[in-house]
Design a protein around this ligand. Structure first.
Ligand code: NAG
Ligand code: NAG
Ligand code: NAG
Ligand code: NAG
Ligand code: NAG
Length: 467
């Protein structure tokens, strides 16, 4: 009883605060302290001030010390009033009578039962609320519903349908839930009647259709939330966004939605956050509704993250496709997770590519170290006669050298007779009539070396004796 009083008191304070807000006048809590008591002291206190305050619908005032003393009533707009949410006003009895919550609740008059219970309750002979004839209580007795045919059952009249008129109706020869209500396809659950669709997490449910058919959507569920199970046991089920989903508010305080969290690039999605939640900030939901990697990033091997691509040689990587060059062909991600050029390749000048190591003079190149394998005295430059910086570069022997017969080395051109050599071509540029004989540049048979120096210049040549 005391507990009930406190609840009433709280309800009244709440209402009077709303009231005060509307009127713009402050109310003071202690003035309610005697409100709700039904004992003689309270009545005598009231009687001392004024007689009208103990009549429902009569005048009252907080300020003139004329409180409303009817049990459950309060002073609203200076009229002694019952709480419209929890009570009905019975003027003939001058009492506020509680509205029934369910069948079996005690009652004095029909209105206590018919103001709730879907309008189909009445006060039965045992002074408890019962359903009127033609209606049936739902499973927890909070409603009296017309008809006895459940959703999906044949009907000829809406009155036949359990839950008519609020929740179901006869459509196309079968009872169906009205919009805003669902039934389970599970036939034993359909005996619960039509259940309201719940659009928010935390709303009590019996069946996951209640959650999934509303804004919460297909990823939501009706379950006992983990925190609830721990503290309150497994009896109250509510609409939840399960662990592999996240929740977002659609209209604040009114409707929520559950989104499935994507685990892999390529999973379907409706919005970015589904992808980014697990796959990181470089992922997004494409217009086609698929999680993709943004910009230059590419899916990791397990598809569970987006990693940078175009990683320069010498920089960290996790798998070959991230590296510049042709992954697995010219470049690779090494065991210690650094982008490297594969065997047979070397990096270019700005580490942005892997170029093939050259084996022969005359092959194209972009950097000199591509030609290093050919030996010393080689560089990478334009062909002779082409202006520097304008043409394709090739591996070229340095000035003063010529390529060997297999084009796989550079040999020094002779600068004097008797210079060491391995092929004639080393000697001939200096001395037309010379050959490489026993490892030295020598004049051919019948020719004779001649050295002339005059006026600061000199010539060396092999000259036929007859000349
Ligand atoms: C209040 O007291 C009156 C008179 O004693 C009684 O008839 C009525 O049932 C009481 N109301 C409540 C709610 O206890
Ligand atoms: C109905 O439920 C409310 C809230 O739980 C409670 O305060 C009130 O006493 C109940 N009414 C009846 C008649 O049991
Ligand atoms: C139907 O629902 C009830 C209660 O939730 C459950 O015990 C039963 O296993 C369900 N039956 C089927 C076929 O899903
Ligand atoms: C590169 O090699 C790895 C390991 O052998 C392989 O899984 C991957 O598919 C290859 N990538 C390409 C582009 O060939
Ligand atoms: C590296 O140099 C090449 C030209 O040699 C150029 O095309 C490329 O954009 C450069 N890359 C970077 C990352 O600087």
């Amino acid at each position: 009883m005391y507990f009930n009083k406190v609840l009433h008191l709280l309800a009244v304070i709440n209402l009077s605060v709303q009231n005060a807000y509307v009127q713009g006048t402050p109310t003071i809590d202690y003035q309610f302290e005697d409100f709700g008591t039904n004992d003689t002291s309270a009545r005598s206190f009231a009687t001392d001030s004024n007689i009208a305050q103990s009549k429902l619908g009569g005048p009252c005032s907080y300020y003139e010390n004329r409180p409303c003393t009817i049990y459950g009533a309060y002073c609203r707009n200076e009229i002694c009033t019952c709480n419209p949410y929890s009570d009905i006003t019975d003027l003939s009895r001058n009492e506020c009578l509680p509205k029934a919550n369910k069948t079996g609740d005690p009652c004095e008059v029909d209105l206590q039962c018919s103001s709730t219970l879907s309008g189909n309750g009445k006060c039965g002979p045992k002074k408890v609320c019962i359903c009127t004839e033609g209606s049936n209580p739902n499973d927890d007795g909070t409603e009296c519903l017309m008809g006895d045919k459940f959703s999906g059952e044949v009907c000829s009249n809406s009155m036949d349908c359990f839950g008519y008129p609020d929740k179901s109706e006869c459509l196309n020869g079968a009872c169906q839930c009205k919009s805003g209500f669902v039934t389970s396809s599970n036939s034993s659950e359909s005996k619960l009647g039509c259940l309201p669709i719940i659009d928010r997490t935390g709303g009590e449910c019996m069946n996951k259709n209640q959650c999934q058919k509303g804004t919460l959507g297909k990823w939501s569920d009706c379950a006992v939330p983990e925190y609830y199970r721990r503290y309150y046991g497994p009896n109250r089920k509510e609409c939840i966004c399960p662990e592999d989903t996240y929740e977002r508010s659609l209209v604040y305080g009114e409707s929520d939605i559950c989104y499935k969290i994507a685990n892999r690039i390529g999973d379907s999605c409706e919005e970015s956050y589904q992808c980014r939640y697990n796959l990181g900030k470089d992922s997004d939901c494409s217009p086609d509704g698929e999680c993709v990697c943004l910009g230059n990033s590419i899916p990791s091997e397990d598809g569970m993250s987006c990693l940078p691509s175009g990683v320069l040689i010498g920089n960290p990587c996790q798998f070959p496709e991230q590296c510049v060059g042709k992954p697995n062909i010219s470049s690779d991600c090494s065991e210690n997770e650094i982008c490297l050029c594969k065997e047979g390749f070397v990096q270019n000048a700005n580490m942005s590519d892997c170029v093939p190591i050259r084996k022969k003079v005359g092959e194209t190149c972009v950097v000199p170290w591509q030609c290093d394998n050919i030996g010393n005295n080689i560089g990478c430059s334009e062909r002779s006669g082409v202006k520097k910086g304008t043409g394709e570069k090739i591996c070229r022997c340095k000035h003063g050298y010529i390529s060997g017969p297999g084009k796989n080395n550079c040999l020094k051109k002779a600068t004097d007779i008797q210079d060491s050599c391995s092929i004639d071509a080393q000697c001939i540029p200096l001395l037309k009539l010379s050959r490489c004989i026993r490892g030295r540049c020598q004049c051919v048979n019948g020719a004779e070396f001649r050295y002339k120096a005059a006026y600061g210049t000199s010539t060396k040549e092999c000259v036929l004796e007859s000349v």
